[in-house]
Design a protein around this ligand. Sequence first.
Ligand code: GRF
Length: 207
Amino acid sequence: ARTAVLISGRGTNLQSLLDAASAPDYPAEIALVISNRPDAEGLSRARRAGAPTLTIDHREFGRGEAGRAAFDAALDAALKAAKIELVCLAGFMRLLTPGFVAKWEGRLLNIHPSLLPAFKGLDVHERMIAAGVKIAGCTVHFVTAEMDAGPILGQAAVPVLPGDDAARLAARILEQEHRLYPACLRLVAEGRARLGAGSIAALDVAP
Ligand code: GRF
């Protein structure tokens, strides 16, 4: 499946998808990497791997609801032009409009560094440490209109250890993110998992 990865920064999850997709039997091809920030480190990762890149700078679309809709329209046009079938959000730090999400429903995946539905949103690691949770992890889910709330494709858990700060915990979770995302994209690309009416309709194999 022709897959686009949307990033805003570092791009280590993008890297894990590029690495997985370099195997001949992997069912998804990273056919486009889009960043909303021209200086995203992930763009260099994509170029190194020979994946086409595109910057759609959100600052050029103005503020407010109209700017957001115009940005998402440009995104949609770029994905269509590249004949993209699946879209993976990987550290993409922008909320997508319900219109865009509806267009890509069932073909739009996200990774989040918590065991959803706990700890949606930002500053997840700080909040988990502050809350004193003993188990943390990451989640790959289908994107629906509500942020970090779509049907879950896969999760991986890690312990929170004594002495952890947000950075140490983030590093432990990130290691699992890099395993989980390629596994979940594989499930969707192979048609073994798909979005039904608001839930996962088929999930043959747990990643
Ligand atoms: C990851 O922790 C991901 O779960 C979250 O943002 C971070 C992106 O990291 N959505 P990277 O850009 O993939 O290195």
